[in-house]
Design a protein around this ligand. Sequence first.
Ligand SMILES: Nc1nc2c(c(=O)[nH]1)N=C([C@H](O)[C@H](O)COP(=O)(O)OP(=O)(O)OP(=O)(O)O)CN2
Ligand SMILES: [Zn+2]
Length: 139
Amino acid sequence: MYGLKTESSFDAAHFLTDYHGKCENLHGHRWRVVAYLEQADLQTEGTHKDMVIDFADFKHALRDLTEELDHSFVVEEGSLMPKTLDCLREEGFTLSMMPFRTTAENLARYFFGKLAEQGFPVSQVDVYETPNNCAIYRA
Ligand SMILES: Nc1nc2c(c(=O)[nH]1)N=C([C@H](O)[C@H](O)COP(=O)(O)OP(=O)(O)OP(=O)(O)O)CN2
Ligand SMILES: [Zn+2]
């Protein structure tokens, strides 16, 4: 089995709905996202011969995904009143609406799904919320 790994980071704001503690308040993280690909065989011909895939394609795909969330407010759908969302948008804030509670675990599954949708043979995504705390989603 062959594997590739790349990583990218994004800075964003969030809060955890129904969390009893300081994380219920709006705060920010520099989330670090590490993605892994696994494939039994290497490509056999052309420019990608003896590669799982080109590192460039992999790193750009992950970077594009983290870039979409960078410097935004990552909001769980239904967690704020529509009028609050309207006001934030009117103020010019960028909102990234997510259909899940914005935990590191769910963000790991989100990036996993987005890479898989694009055809990458993704096997695992790690999301670090702090340098020491990491959530893992695996196939
Ligand atoms: N399993 C999970 N636990 C927690 C998550 C999560 O996504 N998955 N998220 C949070 C909060 O987002 C919170 O911001 C994390 O806070 P904390 O662990 O306290 O991190 P700090 O950087 O503030 O750490 P300090 O040690 O207080 O500096 C909570 N739990
Ligand atoms: Zn947090």
